[in-house]
Design a protein around this ligand. Structure first.
Ligand code: ZN
Length: 288
């Protein structure tokens, strides 16, 4: 999960150009839609893409099929779609927090909301979690919805942490929400974590990171190459590591920051400090 900047492309102009492009099979069938699509784009931004507030507009099945086709193979008028996909591939997935992206996810699904199928502000970089999400958008309880990485500022807060229990070579690994029940977006955040993040490979990733840490601590935190005397010192090093990961990955909910957050749990800190300060321990050796 990551808050990302709203794309600055001029979608209204792009749609107008698309409708006028005589080389495309969709000409001239998109022309009657221009005014209402442009109004729809403006309204979408005005309500921050909220699924319950965006005014959907029914369009013909033919027009919807043309738009989906243009999304799948963007013509020159929509070259920014290809650029968005390519330029974000190496970045943290704004939807689940994995360490890469590579696809674009329609925040409002293109089947239900065809007029937004080529709208850049509805296209969010995402990894494989995109296909697992499918058309998930709203939950059954009030306030439950998928978060929007362009509009939901809460994605910039630290929302989740790893939780490690039964500490040892292979601990029990899970995710825990860090926000209180009173958080105004608690239902949405909990729903997003449950229906998108939990279904990704995050727990396997965290378990693998733990395995590396256990085998050779410096693989995870460079400063762990030395033996460390106190729990306070372990905590200081981990806090610095987490700050630096937040900075590097431009957010607090990437899987690496989530991992280190889990190590900062007082029980884990005490366990790590105990291992690091065992008499006769070889520096950077296994923790068991
Ligand atoms: Zn993802």
């Amino acid at each position: 999960m990551n808050k990302v900047q709203l794309p600055a492309y001029d979608d209204s102009a792009a749609f107008d150009n698309l409708s006028k492009n005589q080389r495309l099979g969709s000409y001239p069938q998109l022309q009657p839609l221009v005014a209402s699509v442009q109004a729809g784009y403006a309204q979408y931004v005005a309500v921050n893409g909220s699924p319950t507030l965006v005014q959907n507009q029914a369009i013909s099945a033919t027009a919807a099929a043309f738009l989906k086709g243009h999304y799948a193979s963007p013509p020159a008028d929509l070259a920014h779609i290809t650029k968005m996909r390519d330029s974000t591939e190496h970045l943290v997935c704004p939807m689940c927090g994995s360490m890469h992206s590579g696809t674009l996810d329609h925040y409002l699904p293109k089947n239900g909301f065809p007029i937004f199928s080529v709208f850049s502000k509805n296209l969010v970089p995402a990894c494989k979690c995109n296909s697992k999400r499918s058309e998930t958008l709203l939950g059954v309880n009030p306030g439950e919805r998928v978060l929007h990485p362009y509009f939901d500022d809460c994605l910039g807060e630290r929302l989740v942490s790893a939780r490690f229990e039964d500490l040892g070579e292979v601990p029990r690994v899970s995710l825990v929400l860090l926000i209180p029940n009173t958080h105004p977006l608690h239902s949405a955040i909990a729903f997003h974590v449950r229906s998108i993040v939990q279904k990704s490979a995050v727990v396997r990733y965290l378990a693998d990171r733990w395995s590396s840490l256990f085998r050779k601590p410096s693989l995870v935190v460079r400063a762990f190459a030395e033996n460390i005397a106190t729990q306070a010192e372990v905590q200081t090093l981990l806090e610095a590591e987490r700050d630096s990961l937040d900075d590097l990955y431009k957010g607090k909910n990437n899987w690496n920051s989530i991992f280190v957050s889990g190590l900062l749990d007082p029980i884990v800190l005490a366990w790590l400090a105990g291992r690091f300060s065992m008499p006769g321990r070889t520096p950077d050796g296994p923790l068991g």
